[in-house]
Design a protein around this ligand. Structure first.
Ligand SMILES: Nc1ncnc2c1ncn2[C@@H]1O[C@H](COP(=O)(O)OP(=O)(O)OP(=O)(O)O)[C@@H](O)[C@H]1O
Ligand SMILES: Nc1ncnc2c1ncn2[C@@H]1O[C@H](COP(=O)(O)OP(=O)(O)OP(=O)(O)O)[C@@H](O)[C@H]1O
Length: 563
């Protein structure tokens, strides 16, 4: 159904092709997963199927890509729209109408479907994706995950024969991700839909794949195989595979269920070697406590050289009885929360629970309807931006919102200037987070993960005592995530308080001292990470599920215990 014949893509001005030697086929009615490190060219390969590459992105495509027999170089995306439905990494840039219902109908209208068919499919899709309560809402007022669901719904309604999805679960909470993947699987099984999907969070998707295409490194030819064949050699793999590699299980497990069946001996071994040192669910032994000695990484040295900030008060942020209204929605109610210096807090909860709103309140973007917010003693929404950036910095859900300049260099120079930091501070931070980003690239042309690294560096340049991150692992591979964790741990060790809103249970397990769960605008759990995630099947990481009742959280913890 999709065929790549010796394809290479070279973007304008690039010395080397971004991808080359791409030669594989996706048979009709299969779900094929495209995996590989950040910036390796996954979106480029997907774009070549939907025709966005090279028609919209520019550059040169060599070789041939055909979808249902149509050559995507000679057919513009519009001429492929009846066959291919595409969801990109940034849903906002794809929306053409203003409300949820209109957006779901738009694709069908352009194809000239009958009104009664359109009506039926809109209703089906609203139900299928849990969007019924939001049908009349302007899309601009939806939370990130709600928008991603609308974007997925809007490509499903015309019933395309081929779906091309770029990180379709990146903004979804764990339960919503499962629901969406179940819908896709049903389309594949029942209607013979063909799906090509790129995704970093393999723990969510690997079990649904018929085949996996791995782009191992930039410019290297892809490797094709069954999920277990590819996972045996892939540089990116989910925690169950990490556990399987550590314990030498063969074949490697791809699901928690597979792994649980084999984990008996490992569980016994861990109980023996760990003895008293095994983590307890009622303590936050991992990650290291906020009082850990100062990290000596290059990054922490860089940050120490930057402008010193005022001594941190006892609590970096204090929220009391906070209520926030957004339009007709009561987005937060009776929220009490403190963040202490050195503390990393993961804010979790279903899409629309109020996480971004809470971060917005801490950075003064939304005003309380009742209650109070104080950051470093200041009231954020009444503090001038120049003053506020020395107290709190937010890396938004869409990093693009933070970037204004034409090149990476100019963006970094502006960040150094705004923060009063030594020239070069921001650029060095970018390289530390994700090596290989070119100076003169336009931020628009960076891959998703690269853009996040840049936005994070811009915010870190001001060394805010309170650092807020909204869904910071979109577009990041496991290695980049591990580097992000190291950076954030280093910052926490130096006394920064960190609050991150995330659906990435693996990240929370790795980094957070505390997990706070929001539901429908209220805090329903607040405690040490191990305690909160072990008690909640939705938010438990894979290792916890495999090794329960022992409360291990990460592969690294298990490795350390066994070494
Ligand atoms: N329009 C463009 N012009 C120039 N370079 C581009 C363009 N689009 C992407 N690139 C570059 O091509 C490389 C691959 O980008 P791509 O977005 O395909 O990677 P990816 O594997 O999808 O990354 P991620 O996992 O971070 O989403 C990156 O180095 C990126 O900077
Ligand atoms: N401008 C607005 N007008 C009306 N409702 C809004 C507006 N902005 C947000 N909301 C609603 O407020 C609620 C909380 O949204 P918020 O973005 O804080 O959720 P979230 O927990 O961050 O979700 P996600 O996990 O999807 O990012 C949602 O129901 C959302 O639809």
């Amino acid at each position: 159904m999709i065929r790549f014949e010796d394809v290479s893509v070279t973007y304008d001005g690039a010395a080397e092709p971004t991808v080359r030697g791409v030669d594989f086929e996706v048979p009709e009615g299969e779900l094929v997963l495209l995996v590989g490190p950040s910036g390796v060219g996954k979106s480029t390969v997907l774009g070549a199927v939907s025709g966005l590459v090279p028609h919209f992105t520019g550059g040169t495509l060599r070789g041939r890509v055909t979808v249902a027999g149509r050559d995507t170089r000679t057919h513009k995306p519009r001429e492929l729209a009846d066959v291919v439905g595409t969801v990109g990494q940034d849903p906002l840039s794809h929306f053409v109408t203003d409300t949820v219902e209109d957006e779901l109908a738009y694709g069908m209208e352009s194809l000239g479907l009958a009104p009664d068919v359109m009506r039926r499919r809109v209703e089906e899709t609203l139900d299928l994706l849990g969007l019924a309560a939001l049908r009349d809402r302007p899309i601009a007022t939806l939370s990130g995950g709600q928008q991603q669901r609308v974007a997925i719904g809007s490509v499903l309604t015309p019933h395309p024969r081929v779906l091309v999805l770029d990180e379709p679960t990146s903004a979804l909470d764990p339960a919503a991700a499962e629901e969406v993947l179940a819908v896709l699987q049903r389309l594949v099984h029942d209607l013979g839909t063909t799906v090509l999907m790129a995704e970093h969070r393999l723990e969510r998707v690997i079990q649904y794949a018929d085949q996996v295409v791995l782009l191992p490194s930039p410019g290297a030819a892809p490797l094709l195989g069954t999920p277990s064949e590819v996972m045996a050699v892939s540089p990116v793999y989910p925690p169950v595979v990490g556990l399987g590699r550590l314990a030498d299980w063969s074949p490697l497990p791809l699901t928690v269920r597979d792994a649980r069946r084999r984990a008996g001996a490992l569980r016994e071994g861990l109980a023996e070697v760990a003895g008293d040192t095994a983590p307890r669910a009622d303590s936050a032994v991992i990650p290291p406590s906020p009082s850990r000695p100062h990290s000596t990484s290059r990054l922490s040295r860089l940050l120490r050289r930057a402008t010193p900030t005022a001594p941190a008060p006892a609590q970096t942020a204090v929220i009391e009885s906070l209520a926030v209204r957004r339009g007709r929605v009561e987005a937060l109610r009776r929220v009490d929360l403190t963040a202490a210096p050195g503390e990393a807090i993961a804010l979790m909860g279903r899409n629309g629970a109020g996480k971004s709103t809470l971060l917005g309140a801490l950075v003064g973007l939304v005003e309380p309807a009742a209650g109070s917010v104080r950051v470093g003693g200041a009231v954020p929404h009444r503090t001038a931006p120049r003053e506020l950036i020395r107290r709190v910095g937010l890396v938004p859900q869409e990093p693009r919102d933070l970037l204004y300049a034409d090149t990476v260099t100019a963006e970094c120079a502006a960040a150094d200037h705004d923060a009063g930091a030594e020239p070069g501070t921001c650029r060095a931070l970018v390289s530390e987070l994700l090596p290989g980003i070119a100076d003169d690239t336009h931020p628009r042309d960076l891959s998703e993960g690269q853009r996040l690294a840049l936005a994070l560096a811009v915010v870190l340049t001001a060394r805010p005592p309170l650092l807020l991150l909204d869904e910071p692992t979109r577009g990041l591979d496991y290695a980049a995530k591990a580097r992000l964790v190291t950076v954030l741990r280093g910052l926490a060790a130096e006394g920064h308080a960190i609050v991150l809103a995330t659906h990435d249970v693996e990240l929370a397990a790795d980094l957070a001292h505390r997990v706070v769960i929001l539901a429908d605008g209220e805090i329903v759990a607040d405690g040490p990470t191990a305690e909160v995630v072990v008690a909640s099947p939705s938010f438990a990481p894979q290792v916890t599920k495999v090794l329960a009742p022992q409360p291990w959280l990460t592969v690294a913890q298990v490795r350390n215990a066994l070494s």
